[in-house]
Write a protein that binds this ligand. Structure first.
Ligand code: KG4
Ligand code: ZN
Length: 379
């Protein structure tokens, strides 16, 4: 089964082709440089860029993979959570393709897709604990299968990635600054008493990073010389490296390492707690943009080794937003016999994504007849 994945939930426009769950080819256009100067994603700009780039990426992807659009069996689209306008662009594009080619449609929960992403590299072990740490979410799940997710805990305020981005902003680093804080911390020994491991003295599996963010803001208030006078461009950071841009490399490395450590430790404590409460789990999945963080990767690797769990940590390109994970998650749902009609709705950030798919016969005849029904009787 050949599935085209469409990702437009935030500031990456992605298309990918996945055959029977394995990546064939992908095309990704990042908008981060456009949003960097604003300190966050500007929704209007994001939607317009998705609209422009999808039409550029599709012919590129088909040409480089030697595939005709008529060969696509299904279109999997990220239907939320995300920026509403941005999602609508992807959904309309996916529905148009289904109408034009007769492919079936499957809406994908962007968060579940992140957690299934390591399945593109090797089969996941179930039941597993899933930690999703991205720019918008910090969620803990129990995964009983590729379409069975139980939410165990979530952030009450800022997501882990948001905390990284806000601390980076305090230092006058461009958005999204998580990766620069990771880079700044390389080789430095964290001060384990500088920042609190936020919201751990409780009995739950939820997260809260706002206290940590405030602690960092206060600390940086005492060290104003650490904030860069001029915000460097992403290009400058790529070529010269973040540490070359500061007059205080050792001090900035220490503060950054201490912050990275505090986030990774907070995540570890809640993951250990979840594992204690959910006996019998054999896998640990860590996914989302912050799963690219070196402190988080080391911490989770040690934890999984200590507990004898199989660790599923996607490669760096699969941690951040991409369409391969959407196509792969869509394929998992389709082969379990699920599909959506053309009445599929997008779900903005802050609302739960419903599992409102329709169970069809898993064969193509069943799915295309469902598409016809929806076409003649729109909801
Ligand atoms: O999953 P993702 O690409 O987008 C969302 O769905 O939110 O995650 C983006 C987030 C941003 O907050 C970014 O700063 C963070 O992931 N991030 C990192 C690193 N690489 C990306 N945070 C810490 N360390 C990194 N190496
Ligand atoms: Zn994401």
């Amino acid at each position: 089964m050949l599935v085209l994945g469409v990702e437009t939930s935030c500031d990456e426009t992605g298309l990918a082709l996945v055959r029977d769950g394995a990546l064939v080819s992908e095309a990704l256009a990042s908008q981060t440089d456009m949003h960097a100067v604003f300190g966050g994603v500007v929704p209007e700009i994001a939607s317009r860029e998705h609209l422009r780039m999808l039409l550029v990426l599709l012919p590129q992807l088909l040409a480089k993979s030697g595939i005709n659009s008529a060969d696509i069996d299904a279109v999997a689209v990220a239907r939320g959570p995300g920026l509403l306008g941005a999602l609508l662009v992807g959904l309309s594009f996916a529905k148009g393709l289904c109408l034009g080619t007769g492919a079936r449609l499957i809406g994908v929960n962007h968060l579940h897709a992140h957690l299934l992403a390591p399945g593109l590299e090797s089969d996941l072990s179930y039941p597993a604990l899933g930690l999703l740490v991205s720019g918008g979410h910090t969620h803990l799940y129990r995964l009983d299968g590729p379409t069975q997710f139980v939410l165990l805990g979530r952030t009450l305020d800022d997501a882990a990635g948001e905390a990284f981005d806000k601390v980076a902003k305090l230092l006058n680093l461009p958005y999204p600054g998580g990766r620069y804080l990771d880079e700044l911390a390389q080789g430095a020994e964290p001060d384990r008493h500088l920042f609190p491991r936020a919201y751990i003295h409780n009995d739950n599996l939820d997260f809260s990073f706002s206290g940590l963010k405030t602690a960092v803001a206060e600390e940086l208030g005492k060290r104003p010389h650490l904030t860069l006078a001029v915000m460097p461009s992403a290009d400058e950071l790529r070529t010269r490296g973040a540490l070359a841009l500061t007059a205080h490399p050792e001090e900035l490395a220490l503060v950054s390492a201490s912050f990275n450590w505090a986030v990774a430790e907070t995540l570890r404590i809640k993951v250990e707690r979840a594992l204690d409460r959910e006996p019998g789990l054999c896998g640990l999945v860590v996914a989302g943009g912050v799963a690219a963080n070196s402190f988080v990767r080391q911490t989770m690797t040690r934890l999984a080794q200590g507990r004898g769990l199989r660790l599923h940590l996607p490669g760096l390109a699969l941690c951040t937003d991409n369409a391969a994970m959407i196509a792969h998650a869509g394929w998992q749902a389709l082969r379990a016999g699920y599909a959506h009609g053309l009445d599929l709705e997008s779900v903005p950030r802050g609302r739960a994504v419903p599992q409102d798919w329709v169970h069809t016969a898993a064969d193509e005849a069943g799915a295309s007849s469902m598409l016809r029904v929806v076409l003649t009787h729109p909801a």
